[in-house]
Design a binder for this molecule. Structure first.
Ligand code: SF4
Length: 456
């Protein structure tokens, strides 16, 4: 935990979200039911994506999202329209992954920067989970992430078990966190050892009930795993390869194809715009579009010319097409009025802030604008979070939307209050500092005062 996080108190009482809203179990949200799809085969044919967009328009409210974990979300459904949507998904031939998520890069086996292909290990783990009958004993949020290096964009994705390639077939085994926060347990010498360690960990979690997560395991319960692994230096938590965050831009792949990555602004677009993108892909002969971590879509293109043309289409549609787009540093949920729980128009504010505070959003800091304390768009910590509530808009520093704000502005004054904070940080940032470093040095009390003053 960094210094700022240590300074802020925790707000009590906000419950965690429940089960993942898969097709068979839609989740209730402020704008109706929501379903989340994680296609079994990474890539959707353009025709299937067009069909999915039509189904989102017909059965939902026409909003389509790609989540930070790379799942597609369709919103605004009713109980009966969710069933109809499930029928459409079946008719389109989109097989949806169920069970314990074992997630890896959408470019597994294709990325020239990868140092180990995680595909076989993922299959081994999935088969092991099925064989051991662990599925029913694990809670709905238990997950495994396998990173083979390269541009996985999985650095921010937290998992109960995290395997990261440290050499060809050599895996670091860590638990309970993302690339920065997961606790390393040791190194597995090959795929078989990495799979075995994962299954032992999942079995230990399962044995303690469906509410248990890897973070709840005590050292003595990890003994079976420690003894099968080579030790790693505990201070070496972050593995640089695990942190690589590409999925926006054009890159050459191992098999001669070209990948074009674009992100949806704040993970969201309309079915109409996405359909235009998918139709353009189809016209260009591109037939493999992969929803990817980082709220991205990765199109596998046969030629660079095709990738560049689709890139132009994405740009014209307002998608995020460049690594330095400040929207990549901002998360926002729908907020008001789309979500009934929203106390502020989160996405609209986020779009304005990304535009107005480009120099503040230098890639070192993450801004989260959340309609309420549920924090749907970014469950993890953000450098700064603006959170709507009945008491007004709260500012959280180095925390999550659930944490206690350090100061409040009345709803109408939130923009002004944030502008005061941004101005203060810009004025006091040293030449050799990033925004995140400046915010940490300036400290909570000064930022609280600036926010409070601006919001009055
Ligand atoms: S965080 Fe946003 S989307 Fe989630 S419930 Fe609150 S207002 Fe709605």
């Amino acid at each position: 935990m960094n210094a700022l996080a240590a300074q802020r108190p925790l707000a009590g009482g906000f419950s965690r979200r429940g089960a993942c809203p898969a097709l068979s179990a839609p989740m209730k949200t402020g704008d109706g039911l929501l379903v989340r799809l994680n296609p079994v085969v990474a890539g959707l044919p353009a025709k299937a994506l067009i069909g999915l967009c039509k189904a989102a328009q017909t059965h939902g409210n026409g909003i389509v999202e790609v989540t930070a974990r790379g799942s597609i979300q369709i919103r605004g459904l009713t109980e009966s329209s969710a069933l109809e949507l499930a029928g459409c998904v079946n008719e389109l031939g989109i097989a949806v992954r169920t069970g314990v998520p074992v997630q890896t890069s959408v470019l597994a086996g294709l990325d020239p920067q990868e140092i180990a292909n995680p595909g076989a290990l993922c299959d081994m783990i999935r088969a092991g989970i099925a064989e051991a009958g662990l599925e029913g004993s694990l809670g709905p949020k238990v997950s495994v992430v396998v990173v083979g290096g390269g541009r996985s964009a999985l650095g921010d994705v937290a998992a109960d078990v995290r395997l990261t390639a440290e050499g060809a077939g050599v895996w670091r085994v860590a638990v309970a966190g993302n690339a920065l926060t997961a606790r390393p347990l040791g190194q597995a010498a090959d795929d078989t050892a990495a799979c075995a360690a994962t299954l032992v960990l999942l079995s230990e979690i399962a044995a303690r009930g469906r509410e248990t997560r890897a973070r709840d395991l005590e050292d003595n319960q990890l003994h079976g795993v420690f003894s099968a692994l080579h030790p790693v230096r505990p201070e070496g938590r972050a593995n640089g390869r695990d942190l690589a965050g590409w999925l926006v831009g054009i890159v050459d792949l191992r098999n001669g194809n070209i990948a074009l990555g674009v992100a949806l602004p704040f993970g969201h677009t309309t079915a109409k715009l996405l359909k235009t993108f998918a139709k353009a892909a189809m016209d260009l002969g591109i037939d493999d579009v992969r929803p990817a971590p980082g709220r991205a879509l990765v199109a596998i293109c046969g030629t660079r010319d095709g990738a560049e043309k689709l890139h132009e289409v994405a740009q014209a549609l307002g998608f995020v097409t460049s690594q330095d787009d400040p929207r990549l540093s901002v998360s926002a949920c729908p907020g008001a009025p789309d979500c009934a729980s929203g106390h502020l128009p989160a996405r609209q504010m986020a779009a304005e802030m990304a535009n107005d505070y480009r120099s503040l959003l230098d890639g070192s800091a993450h801004l989260h604008v959340s309609g309420c304390a549920k924090g749907c768009a970014h469950p993890g910590e953000a450098t700064l979070a603006l959170v709507g509530s009945e008491a007004g808009t709260g500012l959280v520093v180095a925390g999550t939307a659930r944490d206690q704000p350090i100061a409040y502005a009345n709803s109408g004054g939130a923009g002004r209050a944030f502008a005061t904070v941004a101005k203060h940080v810009a004025a006091h940032r040293r030449d050799d500092e990033t925004t995140a470093q400046a915010i940490q040095r300036i400290g909570v009390s000064v930022l609280a005062e600036a926010f409070g003053q601006g919001g009055r």
